[in-house]
Design a protein around this ligand. Structure first.
Ligand SMILES: [Zn+2]
Length: 650
């Protein structure tokens, strides 16, 4: 298993490199990511390359049995480049140039920047193609970070027009699809098509959604031009990119398609206390966009993180706990950010394993302990995460709800997290899947707020339920088509037959209002933001509103469809209700529950291709916690110390 650090030798005197490599080796480190921001040192003047320092660093690491992953340095164009090619700079929505000084100051669609990118990436690839210590590449760094892909320059305007023309073919189709008759926005020529620069009032939601798709596509196109070069010159080295977990500025399903595998950057204590269910969801989203296969954590938090303000250091045991949590969710490599805390620049307080003084202390010792342990569990590598439940997650839907949240308190990601946490708290592993993915292997699928709908998605869901699946769909589903235009059908539109309901009326609550529903048991639960009067057609009612405008009316229904069941939750209900509903459905759909007991103990399962199961138990709390494991022929009560991790092999 690869176990590594993000290392910036260019920040430190060469005399130190040998000491660093030796300390790394002692801690069990066997891979380092290098060079991702080092463009100016690799190409100090245009066309003049200097790889000597990097060769030396790679060679020293290699002598200490540490392989290298090279980052392409395109996230930080050097000052000489910006001075010579100022046209590469991005523009904000007011048309202002975003100058250099930070990072990511380039337009992804700039033809000049793409050419400069081709040159530096090709030069690096040619230089390192036969270096046995270089095992793979990371493209750029955190594409889209700081919303850097939302550029409103003239390059982007021209490219957007081309993108729209490719998508819609004719102006007539574009005008119909976007509903441009509204406010006289009809286009009579392709050159009239705009990008959503600042305007009076708000832009057409269909234009806004397509613009977000376009900038996502542009960023992916930019990534893929690098992928193509590296594939051609270095066919035997892997290619990855470091994604950002729950970041929503890119369609990660599409971005991951051209990569050998996904890696990502995990900062559980970025600010404040970590939420284990949120970290778990992030890992599962990353595994989901990686089509279920093992992934890497390319930046795992090893010290306190932040720019101007920094959060708490990982508490004793947390670096190890978070590393195992990644492995428990399907990571096959953990790489810590960063080896040593930098003295310069805006990340002076983004701490690494070593502090500024380079002295190994408790965080180093914890990394070292983990390194020792990993040598004993190499058989884990390549095993896959096992889940019988899935949550459907769509970037298009996320963007559409971000454009029009409907109610200030309504949030798509909160919905996803809430249903995820409801399963997480009951020790039920979850896969995160695209709306069109094959659902047949799941016993329970939750589809929060399918705000945008297509006939293909409807068909996928109907087939799943017809063949015996249990599906949960929540409020504001089937509202719009994929172009972000509201349906003229009675809600939930395309999903009415499957769910056996009609939405009689919906109500957006003032922020101070909260209503209640009564579920399956005696308890009552709150709902906020938006509630819907769910009128059952073929469905049966399983919860009613107790108060509010729909008092006494149905809020939650269950419809039998084919051999399966489709549940509709017409309110933004609290976690308590989500948990009780899911508990009922977990039992009903015969999902295997392998652990009962403390909610602070996370449970996941990875299974090897020969059927060996690795059951991970992770105690996220500061107290000892007990959990009862049970599966056929095996029952055991296990007590875990604070922050303890246990792997049970079956
Ligand atoms: Zn641009």
């Amino acid at each position: 298993m690869y176990y590594g650090v993000d290392y910036y030798p260019e920040h430190w005197p060469e005399e130190r490199w040998e000491i660093d490599a030796s300390l790394m080796e002692s801690a069990g480190i066997n891979v380092a990511r290098l060079a991702e921001f080092a463009w100016v040192k690799l190409e100090p003047k245009e066309g003049q390359y200097d790889f000597s320092w990097l060769d030396k660093a790679i060679e020293i690491l290699g002598r200490h049995n540490i392989k290298t992953v090279l980052g392409t340095p395109t996230a930080s164009p050097p000052m000489w480049l910006v001075r010579k090619y100022p046209q590469i700079l991005p523009r904000d929505r007011d048309g202002h140039v975003m100058g250099p000084g930070g990072r990511r100051h380039y337009c992804y669609n700039s033809p000049e920047y793409r050419e400069l990118t081709r040159k530096i990436v090709s030069a690096m690839a040619e230089h390192y193609k036969d270096n046995p210590n270089v095992i793979g590449w990371q493209i750029d760094n955190e594409l889209g970070c700081h919303e850097s892909n939302r550029c409103y320059c003239d390059n982007c305007l021209i490219k957007f027009r081309e993108w729209v023309k490719r998508k819609y073919g004719t102006l007539e189709n574009l005008n119909r699809s976007w509903g441009t008759i509204f406010w006289s926005q009809t286009y009579t020529d392709w050159d009239e098509v705009i990008i959503p620069r600042r305007t009076v009032g708000a832009h057409n939601p269909s234009l806004l959604l397509d613009f977000l798709r376009f900038i996502s596509d542009s960023t992916i196109e930019y990534q893929n031009l690098q992928v193509e070069i590296l594939r051609k010159i270095c066919p035997d080295k892997f290619i990855t990119h470091n994604l950002m977990g729950l970041f929503g500025g890119l369609d990660y399903y599409k971005l991951a398609e051209s990569l050998d595998f996904v890696s990502w950057d995990n900062y559980p204590r970025f600010r404040g206390n970590p939420d284990p269910a949120r970290i778990a969801l992030s890992h599962d989203v990353m595994r989901g966009v990686n089509r279920g296969r093992p992934f890497w954590v390319m930046e795992e938090q090893s010290g306190s993180a932040g720019w101007e303000i920094f959060g708490p250091h990982p508490l004793p045991g947390e670096i190890r706990l978070w590393s195992y949590q990644g492995i428990a969710h399907g990571a096959d490599a953990i790489v810590y950010f960063r080896w040593r805390t930098c003295r310069y620049g805006t990340e002076q307080y983004w701490h690494g394993i070593l502090d500024h003084d380079g002295v190994p202390r408790r965080r180093y010792e914890e990394v070292k302990r983990m390194g020792e342990e990993l040598k004993g569990i190499t058989e884990l590598e390549g095993s896959v995460y096992k889940a019988e439940t899935a949550i459907i997650y769509s970037y298009d839907i996320r963007w559409a709800i971000e454009i029009q949240p409907n109610n200030p308190a309504f949030d798509y990601m909160e919905q996803i997290q809430k249903y995820y946490t409801g399963l997480f708290n009951q020790h039920v592993p979850v896969d995160i899947v695209h709306p069109l993915s094959d659902l047949s292997k799941y016993k329970l699928v939750v589809a929060p707020s399918l705000y945008l709908m297509t006939p293909e998605i409807r068909e996928n869901l109907e087939n799943y339920v017809r063949n015996g699946g249990t599906l949960v769909v929540t409020l504001r589903s089937g509202v719009k088509d994929w172009n972000n235009v509201v349906t003229d059908k009675t809600l939930p539109g395309e999903l009415s037959d499957l769910l056996g309901i009609e939405i009689e009326e919906y109500y957006s609550m003032p922020q101070e209002e909260k209503y209640h529903i009564k579920g399956i048991g005696p308890e009552r639960f709150t709902c906020k933001a938006i509630c819907e009067f769910v009128n059952p057609k073929s469905a049966e009612v399983i919860a009613l509103y107790e108060d509010g405008p729909f008092a006494g009316k149905p809020a939650v229904t269950l419809n039998r469809f084919g051999s399966g069941e489709a549940i509709y939750v017409g309110a933004d209900v609290d976690l308590g209700y989500v948990e009780s509903l899911l508990f009922w459905l977990i039992t009903r759909s015969k999902i295997e529950i392998i652990a009962m007991g403390s909610r602070d103990v996370e449970v996941t399962v990875r299974e090897s291709n020969i059927g060996t199961k690795f059951i991970f138990l992770l105690n996220h709390s500061d107290r000892s916690e007990t959990i009862k494991l049970s599966f056929p022929g095996y029952i055991e009560e296990i007590t875990l110390e604070p922050k303890e991790v246990r792997i049970v092999k079956r």
